[in-house]
Ligand binder design. Structure first.
Ligand SMILES: Nc1ncnc2c1ncn2[C@@H]1O[C@H](COP(=O)(O)OP(=O)(O)OP(=O)(O)O)[C@@H](O)[C@H]1O
Ligand SMILES: [Mg+2]
Length: 245
């Protein structure tokens, strides 16, 4: 427990220096009358640095959020599905493909978003009526869950990922499905344990930590939801999350 608090505190203390870096970059970008002119190339570098500072900041927040979640704190907020889905997708693609995340950012409606995603092999199944609806949810946790599942699916797919969002009675149901090598049933429990990865010899898996799904499981449970995995060797994987509204 003491060790846990110490790590949380260390992570927490990353916030201040990160904020200093962020304000510094923003000053250079936006206050040229004070800090002097910059070239177009320099501006691109600074913009990329800023985006990635934001990625680190959101990761730090995620880690702290996970700690909070262990204390079973759920903070509900009313929000539009469209904002939730769009923001989650921007965050996801910020980590895997920045061009796409910038395109998603400027999408005006659901059909346009669908087209943009389809170009990247991600199919979005969601009804227009739901897209416009407002719901009361723990936004941060849901974004974290979806982002982790999507990043995994994009990492392990062959060519295609399907994201489906639906509201059934009093449940929010969403699933992330890919067409990758899948997960043999002997590992269906194991992959939710911290630091567990299948095939660690494969260099593409080494980059992760085996922590994403363990975190997802904790978050789903804390919201009183359920997580189902349908997958078999060679047949892709489908993670389905059912959350009470
Ligand atoms: N969609 C998927 N298809 C096939 N295997 C998967 C899929 N998602 C997860 N796995 C397997 O489960 C393991 C655990 O996933 P998890 O998200 O917890 O860790 P990770 O993605 O390896 O690392 P990170 O901590 O960065 O998320 C992965 O290493 C992989 O072996
Ligand atoms: Mg992962």
């Amino acid at each position: 427990m003491r060790k846990r608090i110490k790590t949380d505190l260390l992570i927490h203390d990353l916030k201040v220096p990160l904020a200093v870096v962020e304000t510094g970059i923003i000053s250079l970008l936006q206050r040229r009358e004070k800090y002097g002119p910059i070239t177009e190339k320099q501006e691109k570098v600074l913009a990329r640095a800023l985006r990635n500072t934001k990625v680190i900041q959101s990761l730090v927040n995620d880690i702290l959020e996970l700690g909070k979640s262990r204390k079973r704190i759920v903070s509900l907020k009313s929000l539009k599905f469209s904002d939730l889905i769009e923001q989650t997708l921007v965050e996801t693609f910020d980590l895997v493909d920045r061009n796409t995340s910038e395109k998603i950012n400027i999408c005006a409606d659901l059909p346009q978003l669908r087209d943009t995603l389809e170009e990247r092999g991600l199919m979005l199944f969601m009804e227009e009526a739901l897209w416009c609806q407002e719901v009361c949810l723990d936004e941060v946790k849901i974004r974290q869950i979806l982002r982790n599942l999507l990043i995994n699916a994009l990492k392990y797919r062959k060519s295609r990922v399907e994201l489906e969002v639906d509201k059934k009675d009093f449940y929010l149901v969403f699933s992330v499905k890919d067409d990758g090598d899948g997960i043999p049933s002997i590992y269906h429990k194991k992959i939710f344990e911290s630091y567990f990865q299948m095939d660690v010899t494969d260099s593409s898996t080494v980059r992760g930590h085996g922590l994403g799904l363990a975190g997802v499981m904790i978050l789903v449970e804390d919201m009183g939801g359920e997580l189902f995995l349908e997958s078999d060797e060679g047949k892709g994987a489908k993670f389905l999350v059912k959350l009470p509204l």
